[in-house]
Design a protein around this ligand. Structure first.
Ligand SMILES: [Zn+2]
Ligand SMILES: [Zn+2]
Length: 226
């Protein structure tokens, strides 16, 4: 096993990981998913592995050969999970947060701010539906694109965290239950909204509620249903 005593963080899943003598990331699971992390078994030099403080220079990747591939330890500044983003079972999942009003927030792991922008604008097809929120420290997207963005995230990640602001005092009635679309602030936490059509094809892995900036939010970790 690699040098030991080093802190290495897998930038795919943010777990702390080990690198073997061949310089490969030791297989590790993501708690929430049925799959091992994508970085498992890959060359640590190729997947981005964050090296913690320690004698890094002496710990060159072995077995990498002397080819043209240099020690690419570029300091890529991935966009940090914004403060409002809750942990799910100790993990930071790709996350969408739907506020009661306005654009929704998005964050996903191991992408720079610029990569977030590029991916999101590719998915929604326009830069106009995209805005950096300097206060929330994340990209926001106009609400009409929620189905697309959630679909794209679920295509790439085994699980996604979907949050929405809700009003505990708003009665769930037929206008919620017969609604179209996905926008909802009802006390049912959108469970009965449009008879739940907005989340058809998803499997709920877990749910919780909490306050975000003093307001009630409901969160659900979802994956694509088998
Ligand atoms: Zn409702
Ligand atoms: Zn509703």
């Amino acid at each position: 096993m690699g040098g030991g005593g080093f802190n290495r963080t897998c930038l795919k899943c943010r777990n702390s990981i080990e690198v073997d003598q061949d310089g490969r990331v030791v297989a590790h699971d993501r708690p929430v998913s049925r799959f091992p992390c994508h970085a498992s078994g890959q060359l640590a030099a190729l997947v981005s592995v964050e090296w913690g403080p320690g004698p890094r220079r002496s710990q060159r990747i072995a077995g990498g050969g002397k080819g043209p591939r240099r020690d690419r330890r570029k300091r890529t500044e991935y966009l940090k999970p914004p403060e409002w983003l809750p942990n799910y079972q100790g993990e930071r999942l790709p996350t969408i947060g739907l506020p009661a009003k306005g654009w929704f927030s998005v964050w996903f792991p191991a992408h720079t701010m610029w990569e977030h922008e590029r991916k999101l604008s590719g998915w929604v097809g326009s830069d106009r539906s995209l805005r950096w929120d300097g206060h929330e420290k994340c990209w926001t997207v106009s609400s009409a694109h929620f189905p697309r963005v959630s679909r794209e995230l679920l295509r790439r990640y085994p699980s996604v965290l979907i949050g929405r602001e809700y009003n505990p005092r708003e009665r769930c009635n037929s206008s919620c239950q017969n609604a179209q679309g996905f926008l909802c602030t009802c006390s049912c936490r959108a469970k009965y909204h449009g008879r739940g059509k907005w989340r058809s094809g998803w499997r709920t892995l877990g749910e919780f509620s909490g306050l975000r900036a003093g307001r009630p939010w409901h969160w659900m970790a979802v994956s694509v249903a088998d």
